[in-house]
Ligand binder design. Structure first.
Ligand code: PLP
Length: 400
């Protein structure tokens, strides 16, 4: 029947939106409230302060916009740059492509550095381009930290080193949408000027908030930046946020959820959060090896700990795997995007995730691949992952 809902739960393994913890769901379950009542000011100041944890910053100014990661991109560009400004951006997947498209539509002069999809930001190329820019015309270097299309994590610290080696003053703008809160991010140490993320990724909230942090240098650049900005204007936030006010209606239940989510990250400890993501990703990679399949990302230095992108063998449409997973096992896997469609599927394991949850995702992927005609032995991937996790899983802090 049309209204039939399968028993049990959906197994959500896309790289965002991700699974929302019960604690966060409960925290968001609040009646309508007035953000102009006196309680809100301290609450919102605490919200902003909380977010510094995920960026690894003490120095940057955080902003929270109702919106999504894409809005965060727009705020990063519009608040720091002027029409016609030259910017560099690597392109190695759909998200870097879309960010470049936004830059062009805003009237920026983009130097696009195309890299194979499956590789990351090449620091030597960056350094070379910056060295050649003797007149310092390039105003920003834009890097997608974790390309969610390909499962590739670029090395932002190394990009900063390349910029320093070229003694270049450009701003460093980073899309951390599928990294911040899951993968190590050291905004102050790497001297990132604007960092961007969205609520439905590592923070494990519903979609609807864009998180942005700006360095003192970015706020200085704002003073002469001429791109038009209205909704995402930092200046409106800077005028209101310090006293706990907002320029427009805040998404209150999302803010409650965010506070709970960051509380959970704090309880776990960010180093443990990063270690958990690495452990989960390693297990997923062992499963891929056990299946006898290949990761899209060939060079270990780029491999993402927030998602795993698996190539299906030649002649087997990866969409069939994703379809079977959803139709038979209530498992949501990520499809291959644009030029990778039909060639790969994506397993997201960021945010609110643990080993046994991921076992279910890997087991379902295994069954769905067999359904789609991939010649794999049942258990061949799962056995590798569980062997690894049995040996490496950490004892839960409160259960020792
Ligand atoms: N950047 C990356 C790396 C992403 O993965 C996404 C979304 O998946 C975006 C940007 C766009 O974010 P949103 O869909 O929240 O606007």
């Amino acid at each position: 029947p049309f209204s039939y809902v399968p028993p049990g739960r959906n197994h959500l393994f896309v790289p965002g939106p991700v699974n929302i913890h019960d604690r966060v769901l409960r925290a968001m379950n609040v009646p309508g409230q007035n953000h102009r009542d006196p309680w809100f000011a301290q609450f919102f100041k605490d919200c902003l302060e909380d977010t510094k944890l995920i960026y690894g910053t003490k120095e940057a100014t955080p902003f929270i916009f109702p919106g999504t990661g894409t809005g965060g991109w727009e705020s990063a560009l519009c608040n720091t740059l002027s029409p016609g400004d030259k910017v560099i951006c690597f392109r190695y997947g759909l998200f870097s492509h879309l960010w470049i498209d936004m830059m062009q539509r805003l009237g920026l002069d983009v130097i696009t550095v195309d890299r194979p999809w499956g590789e990351g930001a090449d620091e030597a190329i960056l350094e070379d381009l910056l060295r050649k820019d003797t007149e310092k015309k390039i105003k920003a270097v834009c890097v997608v930290h974790n390309e969610t299309t390909t499962g590739v994590t670029s090395d932002i610290g190394a990009c900063r080193k390349a910029m320093d080696a070229a003694s270049h003053p450009a701003l460093l703008l980073v899309d951390g949408v599928s990294s911040i809160g899951a993968l190590e991010f050291r905004m102050d140490d790497w001297r990132v000027d604007v960092a961007v993320t969205g609520s439905q990724k590592a923070l494990s909230l519903p979609t609807g908030l864009a998180f942005v942090a700006a360095s003192p240098k970015a706020l200085e650049a704002m003073k002469s930046a001429k791109l038009k900005r209205v909704y995402y204007d930092f200046a409106d936030q800077l005028r209101t946020n310090p006293s706990g006010n907002v320029p427009y209606t805040p998404s209150l239940s999302m803010l409650y959820g965010m506070r709970e989510s960051i509380k959970m990250l704090r309880e776990e400890g960010m180093e443990n959060v990063y270690a958990r993501h690495h452990r989960l990703a390693e297990g997923a990679r062992k499963a891929v090896e056990g299946w006898g399949l290949k990761l899209l990302c060939k060079n270990p230095r780029w491999r993402s700990d927030s998602l795993t992108v698996v190539e299906t063998p030649a002649g087997i449409d990866s969409n069939k795997v994703v379809k079977a997973a959803y139709a038979k096992y209530d498992l949501s896997l990520g499809i291959g995007l644009t030029q990778l469609n039909g060639k790969v599927f994506r397993i997201g394991h960021l945010g609110n995730m643990n080993e046994l949850m991921l076992v279910s995702g890997l087991a379902g992927a295994e069954m769905a691949m067999i359904d789609a005609g991939v010649p794999i032995v049942p258990g061949s991937g799962v056995s590798k992952a569980i062997e690894y996790w049995q040996q490496t899983s950490a004892v839960i802090k409160t259960r020792e």
